[in-house]
Write a protein that binds this ligand. Structure first.
Ligand SMILES: Cc1ncc(COP(=O)(O)O)c(C=O)c1O
Length: 458
């Protein structure tokens, strides 16, 4: 059936009414999806007066759009983006077309680049993950997806007949990489926590004992923030006869940075036989543009490097032209916060996530939090306008809030209150009944009539 197009006006001077407007629209389309209506691009009028009027209209539209973004930023809970940053000192670079095309470590003929900042950021991450300066290679990517695409390509180039193993809770970019590179991909089951099921991994590995293994290890899954057991995965690979026949990529989009600052967390380090680690820069660190970092071993990247005379550099990246502003943002953040500042923010987020989990449970909402995560998973709100208002990421019967440095306790409390009030209303008609989410977050975390130990039915 053709998707129904909804005429939703978002932006201009009407943005402040967006939520009301959406409520009025009622039907939010297929699976609650909203379709975007574009601001039409119009040819500038030739007449001087009309052109001035048009310009004033454009300015008003942009001002309205800025308001809209402010509102959306203030009501954001669902995605792992730190929306709190101040890069005003970097405004001076807006007027430059900064492009780090090619290899970050090789000077290209294009001089408007920011490699000095890129290399410094990479050095910082190399130190964080314990790899010597002369032993690593990496670059600032367009995001976690590109980090995965690059790393799995390196794995594929090293082991042309390899199989990609990834838990079914891995990010969709991992499966996209397998499709793009036409590599067989074996999906591994997960535990209720979202962590890879190592017993399933072992048995599937043994079914393909003759072919090398390219393993995607999640350092924080997308939906539940689960950390795969890297040490056990390595043990299994070695025990099953894969020594020297495996490549491990650690996908740490959000938590790859956070884990290094939690004392009791298993370490992500190149002291272990891993091939690469990637993170998203706009997630925990916060950045006005999507970006990321990937670090691999220098010896590995040689398999996909070629010299390109045209740029007088080496091509080893997925993209050609590369954003030269993002290294400035990341460099500035690292300088401003330092290890201590980031550690403080990590601790705050973990604490606030525990607070949110407790508050939700107090209100009778089933909620779950992995020990090493700030991603709070809970019963999916029934009202789509509430989901849209708070920009919650949902999957099946569950939703999550990713507690980032910009989410204060007050904001989280306000969110819980609004959810509790709304929830009573949404369930009013048919008599209140807590939905069962035991299969998603475990019986012990489910507060439905059947599983809640304190309810009469349990
Ligand atoms: C585990 C994981 N890997 C990769 C990605 C992709 O990152 P990006 O959106 O920066 O491309 C995400 C995004 O949420 C993720 O959660």
């Amino acid at each position: 059936m053709a998707e129904k197009k909804i005429d939703v006006v978002v932006g201009g001077w009407q943005v402040m009414a967006t939520d009301d407007h959406l409520k009025a629209v009622g039907d939010t389309g297929k699976q609650g999806r909203l379709l975007v209506e574009g601001f039409a691009v119009q040819e500038p009028p030739v007449d001087v007066e009309a052109a001035a009027q048009r310009q004033a209209g454009v300015a008003a539209l942009l001002a309205g759009f800025a308001h809209h973004l402010q509102d959306r930023t203030a009501h954001h809970m669902g995605y792992p983006f730190n929306l709190e940053f101040d890069f005003s000192v970097l405004d001076q670079f807006q007027s430059f077309s900064i492009n780090n095309l090619g290899d970050p470590f090789i000077e290209s003929n294009y001089g408007v680049h920011s490699r000095q900042f890129e290399v410094a950021v990479l050095d910082w991450f190399a130190r964080l993950w314990n790899i010597q300066q002369h032993e690593y290679w990496g670059y600032i990517t367009s995001g976690g997806t590109e980090g995965n695409l690059h790393s799995l390509l390196v794995g594929r180039e090293i082991f042309r007949d390899g199989i990609i193993y990834a838990s079914c809770d891995s990010h969709y970019s991992v499966f996209k990489a397998a499709r793009m590179y036409r590599v067989e991909c074996v999906k591994i089951g997960t535990l209720v926590s979202g962590e890879i099921n190592c017993a399933d991994f072992k048995s599937k590995l043994l079914m393909n004992a003759g072919r090398p293994a390219i393993v995607n290890v999640n350092i924080g899954t997308t939906v539940k923030g689960a950390i795969d057991d890297l040490d056990n995965i390595i043990r299994i690979l070695e025990k099953c006869g894969f020594r020297d026949r495996f490549y491990i990529h650690c996908d740490g989009a959000l938590a790859g940075l956070m884990m290094s600052f939690i004392k009791h967390a298993p370490k992500v380090t190149f002291d272990k036989p891993i091939g690469s680690v990637s993170i998203s820069g706009h997630k925990f660190m916060g950045c006005p543009v999507p970006c990321g970092v990937v670090i691999t071993r220098l010896e590995h990247v040689k398999v996909l490097s070629t010299d390109i005379e045209y740029i007088s550099s080496r091509d080893a990246t997925i993209m050609g032209s590369r954003n030269g502003h993002s290294p400035l943002f990341l460099w500035y953040t690292l300088n401003k916060k330092g290890y201590r500042g980031i550690q403080k923010e990590v601790k705050k987020c973990m604490r606030n996530a525990q607070h949110l989990t407790s508050r939700l449970r107090e209100k009778g909402v089933s909620a779950f939090l992995n020990e090493l995560s700030s991603t709070v998973v809970f019963e999916r709100p029934r009202d789509e306008s509430f989901v849209h208002k708070w920009q919650l990421a949902c999957e099946g019967s569950i939703a999550h809030v990713v507690v980032m440095p910009n989410l204060s306790v007050e904001k989280l409390d306000g969110f819980v209150e609004e959810l509790a009030v709304g929830r009573r209303m949404w369930h009013e008609d048919e008599g209140f009944s807590v939905p069962c989410v035991a299969k998603d977050i475990g019986e012990e975390n489910c507060l439905c009539d059947v599983h809640d130990k304190n309810s009469g039915a349990a």
